[in-house]
Ligand binder design. Structure first.
Ligand SMILES: [Fe+2]
Length: 309
């Protein structure tokens, strides 16, 4: 009891949540959301983030996202409970937010998408650092990503994206030379991660009136960047092109200087199909070097999958 009270005082704050540290020490990736552990400060952080972001969504977010926000009935005044969110989400597209203890190795992450599960961070950023956070938190995952998962075409795109990871594992399974196999995994992963970054995380799309709207969660969950992405003359915006984005490196610690504009969610879906086709044709085997880096755990997750483990 004393331990629970002490934990509650600490809360589930990004990078200092004993509950999360313990889960990770025990090697548990998939966890529950211990809702009672959120501190008053955690709820206050959600309240402030949500209140600050709402007017920006009205102005800059894609219509599908706005519909998603209202369909999910996300609370304004407290951290949402994932079971509640899922009650609204699952009947719409079959997707569910699945609580995780932190970073999930790449293949497992994509595999979750394929199963219509979205690995969801349950910690929330510090009340004193609301503006900037390089790592995901529950505001980014639930208010930034999950509203888009209520949209059928977008949800199907994520599932197809998950399929691509399986295709990658299947392709490298036939390679005997371990070094070549790893090299190939890294190149294909870079292509997939870059695609994900420039669409699901930072994508822009033309709105019905011709203006630009955000559908990428990194923009939708960022107070400063959403308007910067759409209004700033310093940002380069180009039509989404597969051959470009799979070869384009990115950095995560500052506003994005280069963004890509999709025509529609059908367009996005067709590009994932093309991405998979290119993978099968060997066109992702030698993409441009540079970010993102692939951790050993990421590589291992693909190699294990290719060995049927
Ligand atoms: Fe994200």
């Amino acid at each position: 009891m004393t331990a629970v009270l002490a934990d509650r005082a600490v809360g589930l704050t990004t990078s200092r949540a004993p509950f999360i540290e313990q889960a990770r020490d025990q090697g548990r990736l998939y966890i529950e959301q211990p809702y009672d552990l959120y501190s008053e400060e955690n709820h206050e952080a959600w309240r402030r983030l949500f209140a600050a972001q709402e007017p920006l969504w009205q102005k800059y977010a894609n219509d599908h996202f706005l519909k998603g926000i209202s369909n999910l009935a996300l609370p304004h005044d407290r951290v949402p409970e994932l079971v509640e969110v899922n009650k609204f989400l699952q009947p719409l597209t079959g997707f569910q937010a699945k609580p995780v203890s932190g970073y999930i190795p790449a293949f497992l992450f994509f595999d979750c998408l394929r199963n219509r599960e979205f690995p969801t961070t349950i910690t929330i950023r510090d009340l004193n650092r609301l503006d900037y956070l390089p790592e995901p938190d529950i505001f980014h995952d639930i208010a930034g990503h999950v509203p888009m998962h209520t949209d059928r075409a977008f949800a199907d795109t994520l599932v197809r994206f998950g399929d691509c990871a399986h295709t990658a594992a299947e392709i490298v399974a036939g390679i005997r030379d371990e070094e070549e196999k790893t090299r190939r995994v890294i190149s294909i992963f870079k292509a997939l991660a870059r695609f994900f970054w420039f669409t699901v995380e930072f994508g822009l799309m033309r709105g019905p009136q011709g203006g630009l709207k955000a559908y990428g969660s990194g923009l939708l969950s960022s107070h400063g960047e959403i308007s910067h992405a759409i209004e700033s003359p310093e940002v380069q915006r180009f039509p989404l092109q597969l051959e470009w984005i799979i070869n384009q490196y990115f950095e995560i610690d500052h506003y994005q200087p280069l963004l890509f504009v999709a025509d529609s969610f059908d367009h996005l879906f067709s590009l994932v199909d093309e991405l998979e086709r290119w993978m099968r044709q060997g066109k992702l085997n030698n993409v441009a070097p540079g970010e993102p880096k692939m951790s050993e755990a990421d590589v291992r997750s693909f190699l294990h999958a290719s060995e049927g483990k």
